[in-house]
Design a protein around this ligand. Sequence first.
Ligand code: CP3
Length: 344
Amino acid sequence: MNPSNHIFLRALNGETLERPPVWMMRQAGRYLPEYIALRNKYDFFTRVQTPELAAAITLQPIDIIGPDAAIIFSDILVIPQAMGLEVLMEEGKGPLLPKTIATQNDIDALETSGAAEKLHYVLDALRLTKEQLAGRVPLIGFAGAPFTILCYLVEGKGSKTWEKAKQFCFTHPQLAHQLLQKITDITIDYLLAQVAAGADAVQVFDSWSGSLSKADFELFAQPYLLQIADALHQSAPVILFPKGSWYALPALAKSNASAIGIDWCMDAKTARQLTADAITLQGNFDPAKLLATPAQIVQWTTDMIDSFGTTRYIANLGHGITPNVPVANAKAFINAVKSYRAKA
Ligand code: CP3
């Protein structure tokens, strides 16, 4: 099969479709018993750094629940590792960076070259996955957005408020911009290498951009997202996911991105208005709704497609799937989209 004919890539291309394609953020992961079996055998970064394991985990949801795209199993925190920092993943707790970034010297010491060599295992995993997919569905590569990576570099771990990261941006804007530019440079190289290794599209996760006001998003997030979209769009379609940053939709709709991901705090009609119906939207099912009954999930999913329409739309969740979602419920969501037929 020529992957460019695939419904997922056609949606990114803005083509008229009878039903939207569907995939789920974090679909390769914690709610699947087959994943937990591998997690019990190998630690997190062993799973990420072993191409055979990463490919097997990427394919699990394709075989088990049947979405229209695969996303490579990896993590956004491989970029801090490639910049020379240690990143630990504490099972059940999340990421930990023992050394955080605070000063000019810290920033100067960060490496920005050699992403493709240092992260060769991701590229090997992409090539292997591509081979094993044999054209069944397209493969998505990804990276964290510069602001979201800055959050982890400055705080060293997850946060509800990202107060330290924001304090750094607000009190040392010059340092923040140097840091954001360094992250952007290595991220562009890394994403281009992912496309060369077979990624059919790339998604940029700005998971924490919603902690910024519109004005601060325009300073610390948007310019770097635009640089990435500008550098990538001739090689592969780019999906930007600035979670929570609904105010950014008008500007991002005019960017070189092919799609924007949105969360469930925004309704389809408002999102279409803010984007002047000019770009593909991706989202925005509340992952917590996957904890309801399959019948309810089918109804809500159908309602969601009714409101977005079948064209310029990719059905997805508004954020990652959570560990306690029953596999049958994830399947109900995917199948509801795949069997959707527009009302006459
Ligand atoms: O989407 C996929 O299925 C591909 C794999 C993927 C992972 N992380 C694997 C993973 C992707 C796309 C990511 C992106 C990622 N990583 C983001 C952005 C996406 C988002 O949800 O906003 C962020 C913020 C991270 C950083 C990160 N990695 C955190 C905060 C954690 C721990 C908390 C958690 O969500 O469990 C991780 C660990 C992680 N990355 C897991 C998985 C499957 C869970 C740990 C495990 O299974 O051992």
